[in-house]
Design a protein around this ligand. Structure first.
Ligand code: PLP
Length: 443
């Protein structure tokens, strides 16, 4: 119907990638390290809301948000204004030399809206990995212990310590070792693949492992994503996270929730931890969705842990940069003002109903899971639990060719994850899911 194409949010006017993108890609391969990948080498010129337009004039619906970063929407009006005002006033002093206000404002908002009824402090950094590194520093300093526990299928970054904390060797770690010592990998709760054990049983398995392999008295911290991001949006079975945090508390171990991907309104609550009654982290790592793409991250936690470092032990040249901090304040204040969390829940309703319909129809989809605007589908060979990345790859490619940006995920590469900007309209989301449905028909 011609009317439909007029109404369409997508506008694909060339082959994908288009001729200008192809030229740029040749140049890029000559100039940019090949260690830096590109999932979809269309070069983006501009974006707004949930629509991104490339240098050839192709317009895509974004269901990835640059991996959960532009949660508030691309070029969000209030964020753009805050950045423009701040950049013309002050771009840098170094907070640890001569401080400035936006840094404190970000910390105040995070202390207020992270879970936990206790006195908190925050510290600001540049990336998710740097936040995780610093959470480990705080936990070690506070406890005087060295060992760290992390979970199968987890992802925490690309620095040396965080590579040691990742589950998956390819592509994140392979060939880049040796890695930081003192990191122990523990079995996760992965309901689809756990053979029906309860969250409490999965926690017992993990705790057993920590007790026997590491020893509770040697553990400084347990670091876990309350919903695993790169692992494929694995939501642990009910009871798993509360049992872990109760055991951590009983043994003087700092419980760290890595909310870099799941935090800041993504799941329809301020933090994914808010869904887990009885899960009581002492510390949170926060990045991705906090500032619409301006590079800033945070560690927020119990005052006594966060104050355990001597002055000067924590910091970095750019951490909590004034422009990035102003962007974070603009994002956090919009969530505070209301409507943003509700929007994530509305998107959840659409995503779950459309994706569950597709699951009924296509036996390659084993599970639809996640919370809020953080939803994924896992692909298997029909009638088995064998991962089927051939199928998910084909659907991802079909979406890309037809103007929808989706991301894959999962230890087995067989998950498609949806992280739309919350500024997406219902019509745009439906249109993107129609493309996904058509992609599934091609299998
Ligand atoms: C992305 C991510 C990180 C690393 O963040 P960077 O900003 O890429 O360093 C850490 N933890 C989780 C859960 C993530 O999703």
């Amino acid at each position: 119907m011609s009317e439909q194409s007029v109404m369409s949010a997508r506008n694909i006017v060339t082959a994908i990638p288009g001729p200008i993108s192809q030229q740029l890609h040749v140049k890029r391969l000559k100039e940019v390290s090949h260690g830096v990948g590109a999932a979809l080498p269309v070069y983006i010129d501009h974006a707004h809301g949930a629509l991104v337009t490339d240098v050839d004039g192709n317009r895509f619906i974004d269901l990835g948000s640059g991996i959960g970063v532009t949660t508030i929407g691309h070029t969000n009006d209030e964020l753009v204004k805050a950045v423009q005002e701040q950049v013309s006033k002050l771009t840098h002093t170094l907070f640890t030399v001569t401080p400035y206000v936006p840094y404190i404002e970000v910390c105040e908002l995070l202390n207020k809206y992270t879970p936990g009824n206790f006195e908190k402090r925050s510290a600001l950094f540049n990336s998710g990995a740097e936040a995780v590194e610093n959470a480990v520093k705080f936990a070690r300093k506070f406890t005087g212990r060295g060992e760290i526990a992390v979970f199968d299928h987890g992802y925490h970054g690309r620095t040396n310590l965080t590579m040691a904390m990742n589950f998956k060797a390819m592509p994140y770690n392979s060939g880049f070792g040796p890695f930081a010592p003192g990191v122990h990998h523990v079995p996760m709760s992965y309901p689809l693949r756990d053979g029906g054990i309860t969250g409490e049983e999965a926690a017992k398995r993990a705790i057993n492992y920590m007790e026997k392999r590491v020893g509770a008295a040697n553990l400084a911290a347990i670091v876990i994503e309350p919903i695993q991001g790169e692992g494929g949006f694995i939501v642990p079975a009910p009871g798993f996270l509360p049992a872990l945090s109760a055991w951590a508390k009983a043994n003087g171990i700092v419980m760290v929730a890595d909310e870099v991907q799941s935090g800041v309104a993504r799941t329809g609550r301020w933090f994914a931890t808010h869904y887990e009654d009885g899960f009581e982290p002492d510390m949170f790592t926060i990045a991705k969705g906090i500032a619409g793409g301006m590079p800033i991250s945070a560690v927020t936690g119990r005052a006594e842990i966060m104050d355990s470092s001597h002055a000067g032990g924590i910091g970095g040249t750019y951490g909590g940069n004034p422009v990035a901090a102003a962007a974070a304040v603009a994002v956090l204040k919009q969530i505070e003002a209301g409507g943003v969390l509700e929007r994530a829940l509305e998107l959840e309703t659409i995503l779950l109903s459309r994706l569950n319909e597709l699951k009924e129809k296509h036996s390659v989809i084993a599970e639809v899971r996640g919370r809020g605007a953080m939803i994924a589908i896992e692909f298997v060979e029909p009638g088995t639990l064998n991962p089927n990345s051939a199928a998910s790859d084909k659907v991802v490619k079909f979406c890309h060719m037809n103007g929808v940006i989706v991301l894959n995920a999962g230890t087995f590469g067989n998950v498609i994850r949806f992280l739309p900007p919350l500024a997406i309209t219902d019509a745009q989301l439906h249109e993107a899911l129609d493309v996904l449905a058509a992609g599934l028909e091609t299998l």
